[in-house]
Design a binder for this molecule. Sequence first.
Ligand SMILES: NC(=O)c1ccc[n+]([C@@H]2O[C@H](COP(=O)([O-])OP(=O)(O)OC[C@H]3O[C@@H](n4cnc5c(N)ncnc54)[C@H](O)[C@@H]3O)[C@@H](O)[C@H]2O)c1
Length: 317
Amino acid sequence: MRKTPIVAVIGAGLIGRSWAMVFARAGWTVRITDPNEAALRAVPRLVRVSLADLARHGLVADPRGAAKRIIPVRTIAEAASGADFAQECGPETIADKIAIFGALDAAAPARAILASSSSAIAASKFTGKLAGRARCLVAHPVNPPHLVPVVELCPAPWTSRKTVAAARRIYERIGQVPVLVRKEIEGFILNRLQGALLAEAFRLVGAGYVSAADLDKTIKDGLGLRWSFMGPFETIELNAPRGISDYCARYTGFYKRLQAAPATPEVYATRNTDRVIRSWGAPLGDSRHAAKTRWRDRRLAALAAHKRAQAGFKKTR
Ligand SMILES: NC(=O)c1ccc[n+]([C@@H]2O[C@H](COP(=O)([O-])OP(=O)(O)OC[C@H]3O[C@@H](n4cnc5c(N)ncnc54)[C@H](O)[C@@H]3O)[C@@H](O)[C@H]2O)c1
């Protein structure tokens, strides 16, 4: 790859702007495009503000330099010409993904990998007819990727191993944490885990076992403290003296009973979601919603800086 690689970011919404900062702070030139002129025009100002926030936490060395590397352009062809990588961040519909990937496959050099940020649409649903389908995959981030590094790589059956390996290397090099979804599955991994937790949360609050506020405390002041630096398997490994097999022998009796009567789709029926919403309280309103989003991003930046400063546990085996 050339000295200053180029990424085409397609879509300048929430996720596109965030990916642009991830690549730019890692030294890439970013060409970003969006058919909505107002969205494209807003990019330089919005990324300058967010990069300055990141700099306050030591998460970008040269925020001005990074902002200058993000260049708005008018068309997908302009963004993709000469690019080494494309990160698609357009609307979450199959029709939009088909149109954008058609344009990308036509304009990007053969060496370029074409990655979609799709939250839920498998790559096989929109890349099958492309000449370059072997270089396409989903690379699903978590909002916002400049603060939450995991990215789920989910290849289609026809994505080449070379593409997956190269995408993994690139995301690692730009500071993200790629995980491989070995075969396509709805919701990939992260949203299936989130879905399992949410379904139980809606059940417990809707059925009156706990308030919505207290349920949130069990995560943010309980389970979530460990989860910010350990996964669920690492967690249970330490919850029994002889590790995971010991944990399974001791505790899965309860989990088996729980799984025998899982939360049903009814937990999302209006009469139940209304009960949960009543327990939670009034919506924030636009300005407090925006203020809380900024507060979340500052807390995430502080947490990212803290995690970066800590050593991971070294496995000796
Ligand atoms: N928001 C999230 O939490 C989140 C998280 C992970 C992944 N994603 C995925 O990322 C993608 C983008 O989501 P978002 O939240 O940034 O949405 P968004 O609505 O903020 O941004 C989408 C942008 O795409 C633009 N657009 C529309 N048609 C286009 C086209 N033909 N070419 C290029 N751009 C076009 C729109 O003008 C808009 O600015 C979606 O696939 C979404 O599922 C979102």
